[in-house]
Design a protein around this ligand. Structure first.
Ligand SMILES: O=C(O)CCC(=O)C(=O)O
Ligand SMILES: [Fe+2]
Length: 313
């Protein structure tokens, strides 16, 4: 494994979906809430191409990019300073720009092989949590039944660009304010020498950098648990707080940071109720287990977006 920095996160090989991999995933998801995955079958070429498309887009003139401003479905372009991920602490928006693709039509997505589809299958989490069968839904299908490709969801694909700065102005040291993600699971690609992502580790109880990690030239994407999975599991799965800093090394090189993120959300109408699992029932008074009014995935997303962008619905 090549990484200059120490890596506080587990690398989980998801090429086989079985009880062993599910248990490894559960271990990472219930401790740091962040992990790396290998055996995912995204090719180097695909990822490099996406970074190129992203770089080309952000290099366009502002007048062009601003023709597609973000709307209240979370789709479109956010200009520099246009998003505040930590409104409780930050007065100004983050020093970054972003392009969101929402309202994605998953019914037209063609998977190249059957095995690829299997690897994107949330069944691994059902196995991990040992979800019980109910009259209308086998336990292994509990998550799948809430991710129906023909139904609307908040799933969002996002390009991010943090322009390089050589300034040591403490005001601009945070590139993305501290936050948790709004969906169920997030997948993130980053590039070498553009570090800066940090988690507030539930294990170490302090900020820890998430290094760029690769092996045999394959990049390992970061996977993190987000709010909705924390609700579904009474807080057992950790929706860990994270932010993007401006590390000294990167300030010295003045390097831009580009990241590519996929926020996976269940169908809008999915209820954030506790999953039928002994593991989840055993935790009392946390997350969805203690909620008197169970909310839907969309209600949760709208609430978070309203705080981030100052929108009202
Ligand atoms: O750019 C990054 O590495 C983090 C982005 C992020 O956390 C987000 O957009 O939710
Ligand atoms: Fe995030």
């Amino acid at each position: 494994m090549s990484s200059e920095q120490e890596n506080p996160l587990q690398v989980v090989d998801i090429s086989e979906i079985n009880q062993r991999t599910a248990d490894e995933l559960l271990n990472a998801a219930t401790s740091q809430g962040f992990l790396f995955v290998e055996g995912h079958e995204f090719t180097e070429e695909e990822v490099d191409l996406l970074f190129k498309v992203s770089k080309d887009f952000f290099a366009l003139p502002a007048e062009y990019k601003e023709k597609y401003p973000i709307d209240n479905t979370n789709h479109g372009y956010t200009n520099y300073g246009g998003e505040n991920l930590d409104p409780s602490l930050q007065k100004q928006g983050d020093p970054k720009e972003a392009l969101n693709f929402c309202n994605l039509d998953f019914t037209t997505v063609k998977f190249p092989t059957g095995s690829m589809k299997k690897k994107l299958d949330p069944k691994i989490l059902a196995l991990a949590l040992k979800i019980e069968d109910s009259a209308d839904c086998p336990g292994t299908q509990w998550f799948n039944s809430r991710y129906q490709p023909d139904k609307p969801s908040g799933s969002t694909f996002r390009f991010l660009h943090y322009p390089g700065q050589k300034s040591l102005n403490p005001e601009s040291v945070i590139r993305a304010g501290a936050h948790t993600d709004y969906g169920s699971v997030t997948l993130l690609f980053q590039q070498e020498n553009q570090e800066g992502l940090e988690i507030y580790s539930p294990v170490a109880k302090k900020w820890q950098p998430v290094p760029y990690v690769s092996a045999n030239s394959a990049k390992f994407p970061v996977v993190n648990i987000a709010d909705q999975l924390s609700y579904w599991t009474g807080g057992i799965l950790k929706s860990t707080i994270h932010r993007v800093k401006f590390p000294q090394k990167v300030q010295e090189t003045g390097q831009d940071r580009y990241s590519i993120v996929f926020f996976s959300h269940p169908n809008d109408d999915a209820l954030l109720e506790p999953v039928p699992s002994e593991i989840v029932r055993s935790v009392k008074n946390r997350g969805a287990n203690s909620a008197t009014n169970v909310i839907t995935a969309k209600e949760h997303l709208d609430k978070r977006l309203a705080a981030t962008y100052g929108w009202s619905y």
